[in-house]
Ligand binder design. Structure first.
Ligand SMILES: [Zn+2]
Length: 191
């Protein structure tokens, strides 16, 4: 039997932190309850988690909160995840090299690195990246897709703003949650 697909714990850990920042522990408890993950709040995961848990939590934001609040919390969770990756997953010399490279080289280099670490966020989805005409990441059958994919957009935007260009922007023109077969994230690297 095929092992259940997993993703990194940050979608859960950083969503908990973003919910607590938004509305305290009570709000976090309400959303984790709605996602069927009450135990994860008191006993946070430190290893990979079943992708269904991360997906349930991201969906519970939209099912429970007002649309703009859900999007703000998902975006804040993504920003926190991006900051965690910067601090703990990208070696200092690599950060330094990306920052001093011209954006037109740093953008594709960073996207390649993101794609190589796709096992942390893509689960059972298939991942490919493109470097032209725009730097883009494509996740086929994205298991964590929620309309707008604000969590993903914020993760990628944080990384590209901190390492490639401070005004880098991520567009999400195609989304599994909108009936497309894939989630496409395009990065405007400011060049
Ligand atoms: Zn999407």
């Amino acid at each position: 039997m095929k092992a259940a697909a997993v993703v990194g714990p940050n979608a859960i850990l950083q969503t908990a932190a973003a919910l607590e920042a938004q509305g305290g522990r009570a709000l976090a408890a309400r959303i984790f309850d709605a996602a069927g993950l009450a135990l994860r709040l008191d006993d946070p995961p430190c290893e990979m988690v079943p992708q269904g848990e991360a997906a349930a939590l991201l969906r519970a934001l939209h099912a429970t909160l007002a649309p703009e609040t859900a999007r703000r919390v998902a975006g804040e969770a993504g920003r926190r995840t991006g900051e965690y990756i910067l601090a703990h997953r990208i070696p200092g010399p690599v950060r330094f090299m990306l920052r001093i490279m011209p954006a037109r080289f740093a953008g594709p280099a960073l996207m390649g690195a993101v794609a190589r670490h796709a096992w942390t966020f893509a689960g059972s989805g298939t991942v490919s990246c493109e470097t032209r005409p725009r730097v883009a990441l494509v996740i086929g059958d994205n298991p964590l897709a929620v309309d707008g994919c604000d969590w993903h957009c914020a993760v990628f935007e944080t990384l590209f703003r901190r390492l490639v260009h401070p005004r880098a922007r991520v567009d999400h023109p195609m989304c599994c949650a909108r009936g497309n077969g894939l989630c496409r994230f395009e990065v405007d690297t400011g060049v």
